[in-house]
Ligand binder design. Structure first.
Ligand code: ADP
Length: 393
């Protein structure tokens, strides 16, 4: 059975088609610059990557081409072979604690939540509608980045702000990257052969979050009301003193939109280094003696250590610490710096094992009190799995 995993952004649409339940990727691709000049798409098939230019005025144009390509590559010979389409939704707030089959009510709720994710939820709806129109018989499933975090206790997700802000404006911690954290936690349970694990998952990519998980349920996570909380990220500041915002708005005559752009797009690795939001460029800068690159690297590492230490106490110890996403999977020296900063917990890195990229590896020594793993994430397969489970039902 064929299942599509879809991630629609405001100007992009990523897809991956699976043969389920084998979880075999048949074809994947991304459509970019939808609605903008110079749109194009890339298709990955059989290990080959092909880039093509195309007029992509709307997401529907992208879906039409996607369908044509599925036929052209002989991935399908009839549209009916596609039994399910799973859509990644960034914000489900407290309305969805699991993936759901999409109907009009679900679309309306995702739309209602757009105020909490103004760039993402509207784009996802456009994607849902485009697929519904062109592949109408497939079961459409919404998979939320936030639903894994819905198990947090109220004292964990609430901010010490006026309670009416929570009641009237839905201000609380929602977290993000839930699909990735869930994937890693479940994969670890498979590796370890048991579910009763206390795990700290570090999803460190362009965006980054650390999550405390017990018995496969989220206890706490570092992202908050928005993805701009917690650790330092590529261009997001993560945790700061909230009073800096009104102070700087007054000092530099910034509007709410200005400050929003600065804390989300001009801060983090980019803001401090002045060089780049990409950790590879920061690493390069450090090699070339750039002091601000070295400084932000120390800040980045420090903040991750702080969260791991906090969650270690919260979980009353941990069985494992897992690293995932771009930096988590590839940042050899960053992983070592983080784990070296946790020696007090009896953590010992195996430097040889840690010298790996993008592979599932145990990177701690047998004598380490906490096992440390690199587990490459796979959000797309999680979306396909959830979608498949609804078709099975
Ligand atoms: P996104 O949040 O956009 O999905 P990714 O998970 O792709 O981000 O992570 C992007 C980050 O991962 C960047 O900072 C990048 O430098 C880092 N990264 C990706 N590949 C490598 C690599 N091979 N070596 C070191 N860092 C890498």
């Amino acid at each position: 059975m064929k299942v599509l995993s879809v991630n629609a952004g405001s100007s992009s649409l990523k897809f991956q088609m699976y043969e389920m339940p084998e979880e075999k990727v048949l074809i994947s691709g991304v459509f970019e610059r939808i609605g903008i000049d110079g749109s194009f798409y890339t298709i990955k098939y059989n290990g080959e990557k092909i880039k093509k230019e195309a007029t992509l005025t709307t997401h529907k144009d992208a879906v039409k081409i996607l369908i044509d390509e599925l036929f052209a590559y002989n991935v399908i010979s009839d549209l009916n072979e596609i039994k399910g389409i799973g859509h990644r939704i960034v914000q489900g707030a407290d309305r969805f604690d699991k993936s759901v089959v999409i109907d009009d009510q679900v679309i309306a709720t995702i739309d209602e939540l757009s105020a909490l994710a103004p760039l993402h939820n509207p784009a996802a709806i456009i994607g849902i509608k485009a697929f519904k129109e062109l592949i109408s018989d497939a079961v459409a499933v919404a998979v939320f980045d936030t639903s894994f975090h819905q198990t947090m206790a109220k004292e964990t997700y609430l901010y010490a702000l006026p309670y009416e802000w929570y009641e009237k404006y839905q201000v609380r911690k929602y977290g993000a990257h839930g699909t990735s954290h869930k994937y890693v936690a479940y994969r670890l349970a498979e590796i370890e052969g048991r579910n009763d694990l206390k795990v700290i998952v570090c999803h460190l990519g362009n965006g980054g979050s650390v999550t405390a998980i017990k018995d496969l349920k989220c206890v706490d996570t570092s992202m908050g009301f928005t993805p701009n909380a917690g650790v330092i990220m590529g261009s997001r500041c993560g945790d700061i003193d909230a009073s800096i915002i009104p102070y700087m708005m007054k000092q530099a005559s910034l509007t709410p939109d200005d400050i929003d752009t600065i804390i989300n797009k001009k801060s983090g690795l980019l803001g401090v280094s002045g060089v780049s939001s990409d950790s590879r460029d920061v690493e390069e800068g450090i090699k070339n003696g750039n002091e601000r690159c070295a400084l932000v690297q120390k800040m980045f590492v420090r903040r991750v250590i702080d969260y791991i230490a906090r969650y270690y106490v919260l979980l009353n110890g941990a069985d494992a610490i897992c690293f995932t996403a771009g930096i988590g999977e590839n940042g050899i020296s960053t992983r070592k710096e983080i784990l070296d900063g946790l020696k007090v917990l009896g953590i010992e890195v195996d430097e040889e094992a840690n010298n790996c990229r993008g592979k599932e590896v145990l990177i701690s020594k047998p004598t380490s009190k906490v096992k440390c793993y690199v587990i490459p994430t796979d959000e797309e397969v999680m979306i396909a799995r959830d979608t498949y489970s609804y078709i099975e039902k």
